[in-house]
Design a protein around this ligand. Structure first.
Ligand code: BTN
Length: 243
């Protein structure tokens, strides 16, 4: 497995995607930088990370037999791998907020951006971008919901060691995925899913507020919410937010 270390780059995801266009990449090729200048998040958000304090990296994973309808399992595999490593490093009250934010209590410590290419009904290549706040101690006011491993545990962490642990765990889970061990991944994910089975206030895309309880994840990865009349409704990423 090849790891490319860059002293600085705009976005490790963009760098890796450009590389894949111009060369044949070995599976699990990883690009990591300690200074990501224009980090990209989900839904056109930015990912801002203080240089030399955190992990910002992207992994190339190619598939031969993963159906588009199974893409939620890829998300489970990646987010659980990070969850497990943070849990093992004493992160208090960890959970995964759908689809793949890692939280400590109500604060976000990790964001994941998975960008796929497709071939027919299959996922061909996946560019998995991961940003984890590790040793950062202060955040700008607009990131008032952010935290880091150091803020939560009081300890300083070795970035290289953590990266290695995460890559090892991701490889293990991708093996589970390619050997179609889907149930295990789904069970574990639902077990640590933020607000699962807890009455919660949500907002829909029309800004209407409603109560519901997360009950599961649909085939295409939508959030299933049991409403007050017991009907289960499915929501995509742009259709629902937590209050
Ligand atoms: C999110 O929470 O919206 C996802 C954030 C993903 C950030 C990571 S940092 C490494 C990789 N490169 C990027 O430009 N984005 C991802």
């Amino acid at each position: 497995m090849k790891t490319i270390k860059l002293s600085a780059t705009d976005s490790t995801n963009s760098f890796l995607k450009d590389l894949a266009q111009n060369s044949t990449l070995e599976n699990f090729t990883t690009v990591v930088t300690q200074n990501q200048i224009k980090g990209r998040g989900q839904q056109q958000n930015k990912w801002v990370s203080e240089p030399h304090k955190n992990l910002t990296f992207s992994i190339f994973i190619s598939f031969t037999d993963l159906k588009v309808v199974q893409k939620k399992y890829l998300n489970f595999a990646i987010s659980l791998a990070i969850y497990d490593v943070l849990f093992a490093n004493n992160l208090p009250k960890p959970s995964i907020k759908w689809p793949n934010d890692i939280l400590s209590a109500n604060k976000k410590i990790c964001g994941i951006l998975i960008e796929n290419t497709f071939s027919g009904d299959r996922i061909k290549n996946s560019f998995v971008g991961i940003g984890i706040n590790i040793n950062q101690e202060t955040f700008p006011a607009y990131l008032n919901n952010a935290t880091s491993l150091k803020l939560e545990t009081g300890l300083e962490y070795d970035l290289d060691l953590l990266l290695k642990a995460i890559l090892d765990e991701i490889k293990k889970n991708i093996k589970r995925l390619t050997s179609q061990n889907f149930n295990l991944l789904e069970e574990k994910y639902l077990d640590v899913l933020y607000k699962k089975n807890i009455p919660t206030m949500f907002k829909n895309s029309k800004d209407e507020i409603f109560m519901g309880m997360i009950s599961g994840i649909s085939d295409f990865g939508k959030l299933q919410v049991q409403l007050e009349d017991d009907v289960i409704k499915e929501f995509g990423l742009k259709e629902i937010s937590f209050l």
